[in-house]
Design a protein around this ligand. Structure first.
Ligand SMILES: *Cc1c(COP(=O)(O)O)cnc(C)c1O
Length: 376
């Protein structure tokens, strides 16, 4: 990256993402489809370039969270089927149909609204039925005492005149968390999912694509692949399981050293004076702050890779800048590159410092940060 105007940027390795796609693909049973989750701008990696790569590489389906995200893909030449996971108001039924989008249907009332709108237009909307098997978020309730009513509502939705039910899916709450209790919970969600499908199919409906495997399930529960898998985080090369699969991080967040200064011992650094030098210190000012997506919660709790060493971050992280101690790194110089996360500084370590998960930090990389695409 030679462009010195860039104070902070995110290098996206399309090669790494393609490698991850192929590595995940290699674990799938024959005929199992691959849906790439590209919501939230492909977890910050850029929805259009990532979708284009997936389309070229042979993925079968994409998923986004809302209509605007789907339209961005359609307007940029993405022709793969796209599933909208979140709610779309029924007023937009025509837009969904005209753009060949697949809508998740999460309850009978919405199914009826979509069918009503589509009938009025003389068209058919393609849908996937979303079952709530224990996530307690969107979806037809079908656990415990709600089983019969859940199946009834699903069957009713599938037989509405202007809906074409192509698929059925559910989402796991703890498939990525270890422990017997979590494993039992995931298996119970899966069993319930299959039981609702079987009961509904006995009543004459058919689901061509049954899917439930998010990243956690792709890694830990291969028997839950069914007709399609639906990984997000894994595709981008993050999480606890990427090592075992040989996946590569898709993003490297990089900034530059703006200035280097030498401070005496007992110098207070940054807002709130939350760091005081203990001895003479060579301190770099970096061109990245929380407005770029480096959480302020990481202040005084993380290190960055620079010139072959690791510089501890010092003092409160500001909106546009932060400081790092480069006393022990003679190779650190003004304009030198600093890796915030990537191959040397893991995103997982930084997320832990921010008391959050890798997902949140990827999504937090802000609009101000240019994405630079590498073919490798
Ligand atoms: C975000 C999302 C996924 C992908 O989850 P990962 O943990 O990133 O694999 C899959 N399915 C649904 C419904 C989602 O909302």
């Amino acid at each position: 990256m030679d462009d010195l105007r860039k104070r902070t940027w995110a290098e996206i390795s399309l090669g790494a993402l393609r490698h991850n796609y192929e590595a995940i693909r290699a674990r799938l049973g024959e005929g199992c489809r691959f849906l790439g989750v590209v919501k939230a701008d492909a977890y910050g990696h850029g929805a259009v370039p990532v979708s284009r790569m997936l389309q070229d590489a042979g993925a079968d389906y994409l998923a986004v969270s809302c209509l605007d995200e789907a339209m961005e893909l359609r307007q940029n030449g993405i022709y793969l089927p796209i599933l909208i996971l979140g709610h779309t108001p029924a007023e937009f039924t025509e837009t969904l149909i005209r753009n060949d989008l697949t809508q998740a249907v999460t309850c009978l009332a919405k199914a009826e609204e979509y069918s009503h709108e589509a009938s009025r237009l003389g068209l058919t909307l393609r849908v996937h039925i979303k079952l709530d098997t224990g996530m307690s978020r969107l979806g037809f309730l079908c656990a415990g005492s709600r089983f019969d009513e859940g199946v009834e509502n699903v069957v009713h939705s599938c037989t509405l005149p202007a809906l074409e039910t192509e698929g059925v899916f559910t989402h796991f709450a703890v498939s990525d968390e270890p422990g017997e209790d979590n494993e039992a919970y995931t298996r119970a969600q899966f069993a319930l999912f299959l039981r609702v499908i079987a009961t509904a199919e006995e009543r004459g409906v058919h689901f061509a694509i049954r899917h439930c495997a998010n990243s956690g399930a792709v890694v830990h529960y291969p028997e839950m692949q069914l007709d399609m898998v639906r990984p997000g985080l894994l595709l981008y090369g993050y999480g606890d399981d990427t090592g075992t699969l040989g996946l590569q991080p898709g993003m490297r967040l990089v900034t530059r050293i703006t200035t280097i200064k030498h401070y005496d011992a007992l110098t207070d650094v940054s807002y709130g004076r939350r760091f005081t030098t203990e001895h003479t210190t060579r301190m770099a000012v970096l061109g990245i702050g929380y407005a770029d997506g480096l959480p302020r919660l990481c202040s005084n709790k993380c290190s960055f890779a620079v010139a072959g060493g690791f510089a501890p971050q010092r003092g409160s992280i500001c909106m546009d800048m932060c400081m790092a101690d480069v006393s022990d790194i003679p190779g650190a110089t003004v304009d030198g590159e600093v890796e915030i996360f990537g191959a040397q500084c893991s995103l997982e370590t930084l997320s832990a410092a921010a008391q959050t998960i890798p997902y949140e930090l990827l999504c937090a990389v802000s609009k101000r940060v240019p994405r630079v695409y590498l073919a490798k």
